[in-house]
Design a binder for this molecule. Structure first.
Ligand code: HEC
Ligand code: HEC
Length: 464
């Protein structure tokens, strides 16, 4: 009896336990599903308003975002801000493009020459007929007249031609897309769909400017002769430009090498506080600076830091810290331009371009032993906050840092690093490969990485 009773009570106990477990499970299911429903409702509430529709204010915000994106894209790709006055009227660059046979000077710039100096052609701007003839090899790519036809189609990235009524080139201007976009080469090398925000590391900016028949306006500002300006421009090489030259006149570093810096990408910048290699300011600060003083558009620019005559003798003398043009063709375009730039994501690397298992191990190295993430904080890969470091903190010389107001280097955001491996790494491309970058840090930070850890870290950097 006793044992029977015991047996029954064990059985009852078990039943009770099972019932309890079932009850708990049911409660959890109900709770989780209620929560996920609540969250869904919450999400929808956020998107739709409580009535299930966008409120008027929300509608305005969405419409604003759409309009800003479209306007900003247009500005980034096509706006010269009236800089034809400089590149056309003053430098006469359009005459070098035309060539003597078409009323300009010199041999002219054929499409093959243009592609050789890194200019890119937007295949989406080409009519089907032209595409077909190009495919059949029936377009003369050695004839400057073909370049003019491409300019008429607005197909050369970042270069805008103005034509007069007789059909000849009256002026050219440049846009942001010149240096900060490229193409995917889907049609041919240098010809394809636009990739806004990518650094064009093939572009030889110096060689292009050096084509201009009249470099006197640049020579005047720098206080040198035209031959010297040409020598300086030729010293830059592909993928580089010297934005500080017109501020301090320093064309060469103490070691005799060019003072030009690499063209950085203009994507993946959202969430990043300071911009440019040396952290001059926000995206919109730099946009305004470049549009007014590098592209030579007509607008307004204010930055009293330029009045420091010891650091920026040319800028101080020329009054670059306070530019006022009438009409102002730039300021009204800055908001949408800023918005568009912040919207361009860093592109994801193509499948198969890195070893995923090694990259996963490399992420651990990056975030622990190698100390990379103390400065390159994921997922923005720069510091949230004042993202600047003294030259001593990254173990390099101070030449370029000293050419900027804060005399520091900005922690480079690393997303999309795979798109700009050409031309090297760091502001002047001093490290030719990712391996060189890692060796530098390993020695400088004393992190004692093994060969395997270095290889894994390289794969991780390629995966960002
Ligand atoms: C002639 C080539 C050239 C043109 C044209 C040009 N840029 Fe740049 N851009 C550069 C270079 C070089 C730098 C790096 C400058 C430095 O660090 O001193 C830079 C830096 C930048 C940065 C900072 C990126 C970062 O990593 O923080 C932004 C943003 C930018 N440019 C936007 C623009 C916009 C917008 C335009 C058009 C208004 C434009 N650029 C036109 C060459 C160019
Ligand atoms: C003390 C802060 C700091 C640490 C730690 C650090 N970096 Fe950097 N990193 C920087 C700064 C600042 C720059 C920009 C240097 C310049 O402009 O020349 C930079 C630049 C780079 C670049 C070049 C990006 C480009 O566009 O050319 C790479 C790649 C890089 N770091 C990777 C790493 C890796 C990998 C580690 C860890 C082994 C690491 N960094 C550790 C601050 C840091």
């Amino acid at each position: 009896m006793e044992s029977d009773d015991q047996g029954r009570s064990v059985f009852v106990e078990r039943l009770a336990k099972i019932a309890l477990a079932l009850f708990v499970a049911a409660v959890v299911v109900v709770f989780v599903s209620a929560r996920s429903q609540a969250r869904r409702a919450d999400d929808e509430g956020q998107q739709r308003g409580n009535s299930g529709k966008l409120t008027e204010a929300e509608q305005q915000t969405e419409a604003n975002a759409e309009r800003m994106l479209a306007e900003g894209k247009q500005t980034f790709r096509f706006d010269t801000f009236g800089d034809e006055v400089f590149w056309g009227d003053a430098l006469q660059l359009h005459r070098a493009i035309e060539g003597a046979a078409l009323g300009g000077v010199g041999p002219g710039v054929s499409p093959n020459t243009a592609l050789a100096v890194g200019l890119k052609v937007d295949s989406d701007a080409l009519p089907q007929q032209l595409i077909a003839r190009l495919k059949q090899g029936r377009v003369n790519l050695d004839d400057p007249a073909t370049t003019l036809a491409l300019l008429r189609l607005n197909a050369v990235l970042g270069v805008k031609g103005t034509f007069n009524s007789t059909g000849s080139l009256q002026a050219v201007g440049i846009t942001c897309a010149l240096c900060h976009s490229t193409v995917d080469n889907s049609f041919a090398p240098g010809i394809g769909h636009r990739l806004d925000g990518w650094a064009n590391r093939d572009l030889n900016v110096g060689a292009i400017i050096a084509l201009a028949p009249n470099l006197q306006p640049i020579a005047d500002v720098l206080g040198v002769d035209q031959a010297t300006v040409r020598t300086v421009l030729q010293s830059w090489g592909p993928g580089k430009f010297d934005a500080e030259l017109i501020l301090d006149g320093k064309a060469f570093r103490p070691d005799g090498k060019s003072a030009a810096t690499l063209l950085p990408p203009a994507f993946g910048l959202v969430g990043v506080n300071l911009h440019t290699w040396t952290g001059w300011g926000s995206v919109t600060h730099w946009n305004a600076f470049v549009a007014n003083l590098e592209m030579h558009g007509q607008g307004t620019f204010y930055d009293p830091r330029f009045n420091d005559a010891a650091k920026f003798p040319i800028a101080a003398r020329e009054g670059f810290g306070n530019v006022r043009s009438n009409p102002d063709l730039i300021t009204a375009k800055l908001p949408a331009l800023h918005f568009y730039q912040l919207a361009i994501p860093a592109p994801t690397p193509p499948a198969g371009s890195f070893d995923a298992a090694a990259a996963a191990r490399g992420a651990v190295v990056f975030n622990t032993q190698a100390k990379c993430s103390t400065c390159h904080v994921p997922p923005i890969f720069t510091e949230p906050g004042w993202n600047m470091h003294t030259p001593a903190e990254v173990g390099i010389d101070d030449f370029q840092a000293k050419r900027s107001p804060d005399e520091r280097y900005r922690t480079s955001p690393l997303k999309g690093l795979w798109t700009h491996q050409k031309g090297g790494f760091y502001h002047d491309g001093r490290f030719a490969t990712l391996r060189d970058v890692i060796e530098h840090y390993n020695t400088f930070l004393g992190t004692g990485l093994s060969e395997q850890q270095k290889l894994d870290l390289i794969e991780y950097l390629k995966s960002l």
